[in-house]
Design a protein around this ligand. Structure first.
Ligand code: ZN
Ligand code: ZN
Length: 302
């Protein structure tokens, strides 16, 4: 499904057993995404009106935005993890709060007020989704599907309420695992802390699952789960070393200063994503006593 706003095109998956038709994730709330979904369903002999349940892997707009239109037409029951529940059931009410949290974090990370104002997506984002009614699920829950069960695995990291859904030998991974790039950790969740540590634990949790197919929220099918998990863990270890190196060479620095050295010139929403990633590493490095807080939102190698 087309998604011009974040990342790349989104995947949505329809799973069918008799009259039960479950959609995993929905795509963003645009006319283009809706018509892409309608067309794809039609090609396979299905209609939006027939969707019985919608499972959301997490609260991001590119995964739940369209849900309200689909529910209007199908009366489908929507499921989301309890930690992401409020952000989709009270989306409009939470929008200002979350934008304020983002602005506060970006100030703490050393991003200038001019850049923060430029980056504000307060008004854009609120048009890409709408609050929905949803049933909250937690780790270990089973959602009956035909004569099978869909199991909920809580995998916090990308967001606090990110989940994977497993059905027989298939894992629906949302943005927990992506084939072509590593999911953002640190900038895509501002209502919770220590996301990198949680993410690494969540990666280890899924690494050895007995699944043969991993279907991600963006991009192609992931063919080798343990290999992909190891690549992502390695990527974070490598990034951690680079950050420590930057601090050892350059003395006390803000998150944004580190991010600019790490990623080169950052533009548009990459400013937020890059700084957020560095922030999540700094949180972990502080906990491991490898970095110290130098005051005024700057950090030093220990
Ligand atoms: Zn996401
Ligand atoms: Zn996504």
């Amino acid at each position: 499904m087309p998604n011009p706003y974040f990342e790349k095109d989104n995947n949505a998956f329809l799973i069918v057993s008799g009259n039960e038709k479950i959609l995993v994730d929905t795509g963003i709330d645009t006319a283009e995404a809706l018509s892409a979904l309608e067309q794809k369903l039609q090609q396979h002999g299905h209609r939006i009106e027939e969707i019985s349940q919608i499972l959301l892997t997490h609260k991001h707009l590119d995964h739940f935005g369209l849900a309200h239109r689909l529910v209007d037409r199908s009366d489908a029951e929507v499921f989301i993890h309890e930690d992401d529940h409020l952000d989709v059931t009270q989306f409009e009410e939470r929008n200002d709060l979350i934008n304020d949290l983002y602005a506060q974090k970006m100030r703490d990370w050393g991003i200038s007020t001019e850049l923060i104002d430029m980056l504000s997506m307060r008004n854009t984002l609120v048009n890409l989704g709408k609050s929905i009614k949803a049933t909250s699920v937690r780790d270990g829950d089973s959602i009956p599907f035909g004569n099978m069960n869909i199991r909920v695995l809580h995998t916090p990291g990308h967001t606090q309420g990110s989940v994977c859904f497993s059905l027989e030998n298939i894992l629906f991974a949302g943005d927990h695992l992506l084939p072509d790039y590593t999911p953002n950790i640190g900038a895509t969740e501002v209502t919770s802390n220590n996301m990198l540590e949680k993410y690494q634990n969540s990666l280890n949790r899924v690494r050895d699952l007995e699944v043969t197919r991993v279907l991600a929220g963006h991009g192609a099918e992931i063919l080798n789960l343990p290999v992909r998990v190891d690549e992502i863990l390695e990527h974070h270890r490598d990034r951690e070393l680079k950050i420590v190196n930057i601090l050892e060479q350059g003395g006390s620095q803000s998150i944004f200063e580190i991010a600019q050295k790490l990623f080169g010139e950052l533009k548009d929403h990459h400013i937020l994503l890059g700084a957020g990633e560095v922030h999540s590493h700094i949180e972990l490095l502080l906990e491991e006593n490898r970095v110290v807080d130098a005051g005024e939102n700057c950090y030093l190698a220990a």
